[in-house]
Design a protein around this ligand. Structure first.
Ligand code: PEP
Ligand code: MN
Length: 277
């Protein structure tokens, strides 16, 4: 890809992005938490539970990019303060979305990782701003975007001097209606051929169905993703955002147990040369 310069693999070592005590790009990192920060209690209960289950980072939106302007838009500054409390209590670094270039500098004071959502992947003003923010960026794939368009967006961030970019496949729109989107798992090994940046998978937005999140998380691990991002809620049926797709705490805990076992199994098989071709 001729215009991909800073993101291209070009014999470079794989990038490892550090956020607090967590690393993305070494081992299998798990980002978990609610779609949106709703209340102090909801966020703290969920944060403690995902930490206990073995998550590496906490997610939660204080600014929500909603399809309808009448839907819950997030708590803004109050939400960021709650995330700060959750980090102080659990030690988990915080991943949170920023929607507007004017908010980047102050959101960056609360966030450990700035998330760019699918709807903003090609918001070039926003990409340049997070490129100057001095915090790692989780760049989600645009729901209608090719790998080349996506890598060009990473290039905008890297070009501003921020080397800490993580790509996150979150499903693309296809004719299929049963799943919310179609998870393009082939993007993971394809991106390995193209870029040194870490690649994560969000099986929650990709499928929109709790029953599919476990299998697709295990798939992500097996195809070599650097981790997953999963939505978890202490009471999914009451969630103000993306209620249908959130995992309960119990279900997330089971998922983690299985994933850590699979991780060990795959690492052993790989070191014995049993995973080839
Ligand atoms: C989210 O992570 O809550 C989100 C809005 O994701 P996406 O931008 O992938 O839809
Ligand atoms: Mn969501």
């Amino acid at each position: 890809m001729k215009n991909i310069k800073l993101a291209s693999v070009d014999g470079r070592e794989p990038t490892v992005v550090r956020a607090g005590a967590a690393s993305i790009g070494r081992g299998f990192a798990v980002i978990a938490g609610p779609c949106a920060v709703e209340t102090e209690e909801q966020t703290l209960v969920t944060a403690r539970a995902v930490k206990a289950a073995g998550a590496d980072l906490l997610r939660g939106g204080a600014f929500k990019p909603r399809t309808s302007p009448y839907a819950f838009q997030g708590l803004g500054m109050a939400g960021l303060k709650i995330l700060g409390q959750a980090r102080a209590e659990t030690g988990l670094p915080v991943v949170t979305e920023v929607l507007d270039p004017r908010d980047v500098s102050w959101v960056a004071e609360y966030a450990d990782v700035l998330q760019i959502g699918t709807r903003n992947m090609q918001n070039f003003a926003l990409l340049k701003e997070v490129g100057r923010a001095g915090k790692p960026v989780l760049l989600k794939r645009g729901m209608y975007s090719t790998l080349e368009e996506w890598l060009n967006c990473a290039e905008y961030i890297l070009g501003e001097g921020n080397p800490n970019v993580v790509l996150c496949e979150r499903g693309i729109r296809t004719f299929e209606q049963y799943t919310r989107n179609t998870l393009d798992l082939s993007a993971v090994p394809a991106l390995r051929e193209l870029t040194h940046l870490p690649v994560m998978v969000d099986p929650t937005h990709a499928t929109g169905r709790p029953g599919l999140i476990g299998p697709m998380s295990r798939g992500a691990l097996a195809v070599g993703a650097d981790g997953i991002m999963v939505e978890v809620h202490n009471n999914p049926s009451e969630a103000l955002c993306d209620a249908k797709q959130a995992l309960t705490i119990d279900r997330f805990t089971d998922l983690m147990r299985g994933l850590r076992k699979l991780e060990t199994f795959l690492a052993e098989a790989e070191s014995e040369g049993e995973v080839t071709g």
